[in-house]
Design a protein around this ligand. Structure first.
Ligand SMILES: *Cc1c(COP(=O)(O)O)cnc(C)c1O
Length: 402
């Protein structure tokens, strides 16, 4: 018998009633340290006083008016985002997949508006994740996401991760854009080298191709700069953002240069909820905090310190953890045991982490995390590793006896 909630998730048997900063509390009052941040969403932790104030204040005024009218919060947030990035214009959506749908549509429309409608293919990289809509599963190209959902949407050739030679071969007269995450998130915290991103930018310029970055997971300070692309010296033409941008309120955005967006005229795209007053109140409040002097420097310093401590943990538990990777507070532990074993052992120590591809455990705390909480998480991971090692030893002994 099917459950009332469609069973598309293999959920942990945990529920939370309340959150405070980096902590979540069960109805029984058990306290968990949240280093999963709702999959890189709760950028400023739970119940951040400034976000709560912004949301409740807006809730007493007006929730929704639609995009038939001007939305002052959108105009303000879009102006601030364009001032802080490469972009000249912003479309607001409600999720990462919708932000990426807009990016994909915009890239195709750009070439169509330029008189080249035959240019509609968007090249992606193996290990990519761009969402769960029909277009974004085609872009991601993962069999487990495509299986059973009919013909894969045409126009998303894929090449091996970071393979420049394969990329050059894949480019042809149908190519509209190249799409990538500067650090693959769901794919297992796999960063592109800065020089690879610059080489891809150059390739795009030489071939009249647009470059799309998916910063849904890496954006809004997660990697220590406002956006991850800033660290590479390569700038996109179009960029999708979501997750942390709303700090837990559903919000996505597609940023673009004026040139890339030239085909997106009135009536060409839309969203009923996109950028509604509630979302904009929270988005602007998140941005206020992230732009405060010293905030991103602190993320970089905290991330560096945490990565070093995790590297030491990996050194001390080579049977469990192979390497540590990532930037800022987007960190991953590449495991030698199944990553779910470490995640489950961490649950036992009241620490929440998130799995990723390539047998990685993502350790992605809210950006407001303090030193004491990092050490608390390390202690929990240390105990989790020790328990898994004991289990491995026992298994080896059994095998020795048999
Ligand atoms: C999570 C994610 C998405 C999809 O976002 P949703 O809000 O789940 O639709 C797209 N791209 C990347 C890189 C992501 O991490």
């Amino acid at each position: 018998m099917i459950t009332p909630v469609l069973p598309t998730y293999a959920r942990a048997d945990l529920e939370f009633e309340r959150g405070e900063g980096p902590y979540l509390f069960t109805p029984e009052g058990d306290k968990y340290l949240d280093f999963g941040s709702g999959v890189a969403v709760n950028l400023l932790g739970h119940a951040h006083p400034r976000l709560v104030a912004a949301l409740t204040e807006q809730a007493g005024k007006v929730w929704h008016t639609s995009n038939l009218y001007r939305v002052p919060g959108q105009e303000k947030f879009a102006r601030r985002l364009t001032e802080a990035t490469f972009a000249d214009t912003v479309f607001f959506a409600n999720s990462g997949a919708e932000a990426m749908e807009c990016a994909i549509k915009m890239a195709r429309k750009y070439h169509s508006a330029s008189g080249n409608p035959e240019r509609y293919e968007i090249i992606t990289f193996e290990g990519a994740f761009h969402g769960r809509t029909l277009a974004t599963i085609a872009a991601g190209g993962q069999a487990k996401h495509l299986d059973g959902f009919g013909p894969k949407m045409e126009g998303f050739p894929q090449v091996p991760f970071g393979d420049m030679a394969a990329l050059k071969v894949a480019i042809n007269e149908k190519t509209a854009a190249i799409l990538l995450e500067p650090v693959q998130g769901e794919g297992g915290i796999r960063p592109f080298l800065p020089e690879t991103l610059r080489a891809i930018r150059k390739l795009c310029d030489e071939n009249g191709i647009l470059l799309i970055f998916d910063e849904v997971q890496t954006g809004m300070g997660r990697t220590g700069t406002l956006f991850a692309y800033e660290q590479s010296g390569a700038t996109p033409d179009i960029m999708g953002v979501a997750k942390g941008i709303g700090g837990g309120f559903p919000l996505g955005a597609c940023l673009a240069t004026a040139e890339a967006a030239k085909g997106m005229t009135a009536g060409s795209h839309g969203s009923t909820y996109g950028g509604n007053p509630l979302a904009m109140a929270v988005g602007n409040a998140v941005f206020d905090v992230v732009l405060e002097k010293g905030f991103l420097e602190r993320v970089r310093a905290t991330g560096l310190k945490f990565k070093q401590k995790l590297a030491r943990l990996a050194d001390e538990h080579p049977a469990i953890i192979e390497t540590v990777r990532g930037e800022g507070l987007l960190l991953g532990l590449k495991c030698r045991v199944p990553n779910t074993d470490l995640i489950n052992a961490a649950y036992g120590e009241h620490l929440l982490t998130v799995g990723a591809g390539d047998n990685v455990v993502r350790v992605i705390p809210p950006l407001i995390v303090g030193e004491a909480e990092l050490d608390e998480a390390l202690g929990a991971l240390e105990r989790a590793c020790a328990k898994l090692e004991t289990k491995l030893d026992e298994e080896q002994k059994k095998e020795g006896v048999a």
